[in-house]
Design a protein. Structure first.
Length: 302
């Protein structure tokens, strides 16, 4: 099934919205690390995704009522699809969050970008959809750009890095499926709210079984939880659901890789990090990938 084209949002507009998503996600790595100084990784994941569910709940409720008036209520299979997306989200977020306990925000930003080349590969394996050649070039260029931007002098993989690498697969599957599910149901806010609630509930179930939780710890982590819950989850993940109804999954993965670029820019502006020549080259590669994946297919058609 192809992604439906709606006059309400063009492919270019969808990708511009995804750039905003990447900007917010790029700003969230530091609060994610700081929050875990006070609570465990699954506690942090569960609470922030439940906050995100509450943020989008009013819009989801209005959408639910609208579907009822149109006599197009959700089917049982739709609920299973939303639950599956929530489980993928929980797995990806948990693996990344656990990895952040023993790796840096820069490394995590680079290694998370491993999902970028996985998306077109999985799309080809699942649906035999061969993307435009520029997608493959852009995916590789984004990976190289993320590596240069990380400032790494050698590929040294630590324990925390392995957790972040493992998170790339559920992230890739989620990016591949989210647009299809939201478009099939024509209910992006319901999909967003539902997957957040499932993700948060699964993470907190793990917390109750394996992680100690204190009220003082939650209070100390309040601002990181609030920022990542409201903006990284409630705003950015919801915008991703909306935008990917109109954007190709492989293109979206490349655009979202700008998360690494924005993480570096926020580090430069707020924390005094400096970009060397390799970092500037990395930014340029990621930017060129985003532009190329939009313009080169249009040139081929022309």
């Amino acid at each position: 099934m192809s992604v439906a084209k709606s006059p309400r949002m063009s492919r270019v507009s969808a990708n511009l919205l995804l750039i905003c998503v990447a900007l917010i996600w790029g700003s969230a790595f530091v609060p994610q690390i700081r929050g875990m100084a006070h609570v465990g990784p699954m506690t942090f994941t569960g609470v922030r995704f439940l906050i995100g569910a509450l943020v989008v709940a009013p819009l989801a409720w209005l959408e639910w009522r609208s579907l009822g008036r149109k006599a197009t209520p959700l089917q049982a299979n739709d609920s299973l699809r939303i639950a599956g997306l929530g489980a993928l989200l929980a797995l990806g977020a948990a693996l990344q969050q656990i990895g952040l306990l023993s790796t840096t925000a820069t490394n995590a930003g680079f290694l998370t970008a491993l999902y970028v080349p996985l998306v077109p590969m999985l799309g080809w394996l699942a649906w035999r959809q061969l993307p435009h050649w520029s997608v493959w070039v852009g995916a590789v260029a984004s990976m190289v750009g993320a590596y240069l931007l990380s400032g790494a002098q050698s590929v040294t993989i630590g324990h925390g890095d392995l957790w972040v690498i493992a998170s790339a697969l559920p992230w890739a599957i989620h990016v591949l499926l989210i647009g299809r599910v939201a478009d099939r149901m024509s209910a992006p806010f319901l999909v967003a709210c539902g997957q957040f609630a499932v993700c948060g509930a699964l993470a907190l179930l793990w917390t109750l079984a394996y992680e100690p939780v204190t009220w003082s710890g939650l209070q100390a982590a309040l601002w990181p939880l609030a920022y990542t819950g409201v903006f990284s989850v409630g705003v950015a993940f919801t915008a991703q659901v909306v935008a990917q109804r109109y954007a190709h999954a492989a293109d979206a993965a490349i655009v979202l890789s700008a998360e690494t670029l924005f993480a570096a820019l926020f580090g430069f502006a707020l924390m005094g990090d400096h970009l060397n020549a390799a970092g500037v080259a990395g930014c340029s590669l990621i930017f060129a990938s985003m532009v190329g994946v939009q313009l080169l297919p249009l040139r081929s058609k022309a």
